[in-house]
Write a protein of this length. Structure first.
Length: 411
């Protein structure tokens, strides 16, 4: 086992004590955030590309990922699964736009096996997008080009169930027997939480987040309850492509002090190579829990309504009852920390409260200065360190395994 650099004192110790308190919302100040150090010594790791093919909804689909394997594991048998937001790819957790390690790389250097997966269609053959965004189409199979008529039909059938089944197949192959901490950013947040219901050879024991939210059925409850965010409906056959303008308009641009690559244009120039920059209307409408529209997809395709709606159901209560949830969010995140008059009304605290009623443990950590894409900004490694300190000190341990407070050393 890789030895820890230090006991959980200082800034990390303060965070852990706050996580152990009774409050759902945990605040860290900027000085404390910067002082949270790595819990383990760095180790070398290898990275290799992995794929799997599976069938669902009348088609074969390919899922691509990157498997990170450390030379020595800090906790053998414990691994991380990571996925991206709606128009992204696994490259967002591989590296940052200015070349620093992404979250998966940081976790691997701390001694944890990681699998970073991309939604079907969002990873191109060869790994790098060369077609201009305006003419880009999803690459649902990696070994042959598909006719546009088939792509358009697949766009109506690539449900969240399709995405998560593929990810689970990849995880079962490469993380078999592992206890998994699952992470998804933005649209990927609910997908990462669905992973548990599709796995057969591994087990999700924890949810870790950054702008991850919660199940999309709860999102619909939040929209209806708070009433502060306008509802979003996408025409069924529409297809969104990202641009610097849309990135800026969505409030995704962090302060220049934290984005050494520059602003929206520079981020999108990096993203145009490594991210799909595409999002189908189905992906948007499922994430927004647009029930009436989702029923229309079922009529168009002949697939059961359940295929489009069952991701809105509550997670399995038995699984959630033994699972820890640790959500992190930036104070400048428009979608997750802007809407709502009180802190209780914010999306992330609403989700945290729903988890707290059901999960073994749930906390929401509010981080200063960052926005939605803070997980690639300067000091992004601290997000991984915060997850790891909680893991190392028993936050995600089964309730029956805890000795009172979860604060205990594993040195």
């Amino acid at each position: 086992m890789v030895r820890a650099k230090k006991a959980a004192g200082g800034a990390a110790g303060t965070l852990l004590r706050d996580l152990d308190a009774d409050e759902l919302l945990v605040r860290v100040d900027w000085k404390q955030w910067l002082a949270i150090a790595a819990p383990y010594r760095e180790v070398p790791y290898t990275v290799r590309e992995v794929t799997t093919r599976f069938s669902r909804n009348g088609y074969d689909w390919d899922v691509h990922g990157r498997l990170y394997v450390p030379k020595r594991e800090a906790m053998p048998g414990t691994a991380f699964f990571l996925t991206h937001g709606g128009a992204g790819s696994e490259m967002e957790v591989h590296e940052t736009p200015d070349g620093r390690p992404g979250l998966a790389a940081v976790l691997a250097s701390q001694g944890f096996r990681c699998l970073a997966a991309t939604y079907p269609g969002h990873y191109p053959p060869g790994g790098e997008w060369t077609t201009p965004v305006a003419r880009r189409q999803p690459a649902y199979l990696l070994d042959r080009k598909l006719p546009i008529s088939e792509i358009r039909d697949r766009n109506l059938r690539c449900t969240f169930n399709t995405v998560v089944e593929g990810m689970a197949r990849l995880a079962d192959r490469h993380l078999a027997g592992c206890k998994i901490l699952s992470f998804g950013h933005s649209t990927g947040g609910p997908m990462a939480m669905m992973l548990a219901s599709f796995l057969k050879k591994a087990e999700v024991v924890g949810i870790v987040g950054w702008a991850s939210g919660g199940p999309d059925g709860w999102y619909r409850e939040w929209v209806d309850w708070v009433g502060a965010k306008p509802d979003v409906l996408r025409p069924i056959r529409s297809f969104a492509r990202r641009s610097p303008g849309s990135f800026r308009a969505a409030g995704y641009e962090d302060a220049r002090a934290f984005t050494p690559w520059g602003g929206a244009e520079a981020y999108m120039a990096w993203g145009n190579r490594w991210k799909s920059q595409m999002k189908t209307s189905l992906c948007d409408n499922q994430h927004n829990a647009s029930v009436a529209l989702l029923k229309q997809y079922a009529k168009l395709t002949g697939l059961p309504e359940r295929e489009y709606l069952d991701h809105l159901w509550d997670p399995d209560p038995e699984w959630l009852g033994r699972t820890g949830v640790l959500l992190l969010v930036g104070e400048n995140d428009r979608n997750h920390w802007f809407y709502g008059k009180t802190e209780t009304d914010k999306l992330e605290t609403f989700m945290g409260g729903k988890f707290a009623q059901r999960a073994a443990r749930a906390r929401v950590v509010l981080v200063p200065r960052y926005g939605h894409f803070g997980y690639v900004a300067l000091h992004n490694e601290t997000i991984a360190y915060a997850w790891l300190w909680a893991l190392r000190n028993g936050y995600f341990a089964p309730p029956q395994a805890r000795r009172g407070s979860f604060l205990h050393s594993r040195d």
